[in-house]
Design a protein around this ligand. Structure first.
Ligand code: NAP
Length: 217
């Protein structure tokens, strides 16, 4: 861990442009958050030597029907519960506070205003990244951030890499493999519905919250 003094010097250098901070933005619906997401974020933090990771639960996902997704406030709360014991993780409410769909380009524009001299690493599932050509303003997104695709073992991105070469600018695409991503939010929701256990797939506080509130029944 770095000391208060070191942190102050770093922030000063960052303000005057002598130091580029590296922040991971962990984007996802997190319905609910599980160990697969946490392992991936931790892996990205170490692999790319990031300064911190900001979890960004989507408010209204642009590509999903609203009634299929749990309310933003509860997904946001569960994300806080899952990350609060890690000093390198934060949770942002930028997207959950919006009444309009969460477009990544808008979130990144907002973050750029807050964080000067910072390189962003937008971390999300490889399946979601395969769709970036259909996102709002994909080429602008590519100027605002690098992408980190979280892949499951055996998942290949080669074909996709060649398809994005034609974008101008072409997005910078990094990759991390997350073995724990065998767990999925879909599987957790299904298990709850079928009255099967979800313990050890996600942090204790989160599964207790799910049961206490009767979510996903
Ligand atoms: P999704 O379609 O629900 O997820 C696709 C796959 O990626 C699922 O297997 C999912 O597993 C996994 N995944 C999602 N987030 C992950 C993460 N942070 N780390 C590891 N795996 C992850 O995707 P989504 O969650 O709705 O969207 C992902 C991100 O892309 C969000 O930040 C969203 O705002 C952004 N996005 C933007 C646009 C746009 O700007 N137009 C359009 C689509 C998505 P789990 O189900 O287990 O999480």
């Amino acid at each position: 861990r770095i000391s208060e003094d070191q942190l102050r010097i770093k922030e000063q250098k960052q303000r005057v442009g002598e130091f580029m901070a590296k922040i991971g933005i962990m984007g996802g619906t997190f319905d609910p958050i599980h160990y697969g997401h946490l392992v991936a974020a931790q892996e990205a933090f170490y692999q790319f030597k990031l300064d911190k990771i900001i979890f960004m639960p989507t408010g209204i996902p642009p590509h999903k029907k609203r009634e299929e997704v749990l309310g933003a406030r509860q997904r946001y709360l569960m994300t806080i519960m899952a990350t609060e014991d890690n000093e390198n993780f934060e949770v942002s409410d930028i997207e959950v506070n919006k009444n309009s769909p969460s477009y990544t380009v808008e979130t990144l524009r907002d973050l750029k205003k807050i964080y000067k001299n910072t390189d962003f690493y937008f971390i999300t599932g490889a399946d979601a990244i395969l769709e970036i050509l259909a996102w709002k303003k994909p080429e602008e997104v590519a100027t605002l951030t690098k992408f980190v695709a979280v892949t499951r073992p055996g998942f290949a991105l080669d074909e996709f890499r060649s398809s994005i070469k034609s974008m101008n600018p072409a997005p910078e695409l990094l990759e991390i493999e997350a073995p724990a991503l065998a767990t999925s939010s879909t599987d957790i929701r299904k298990r709850v519905k079928e009255d099967r256990t979800i313990r050890y797939l996600l942090p204790d506080k989160v599964w207790r919250y799910i049961y206490n509130k009767g979510l996903y029944r």
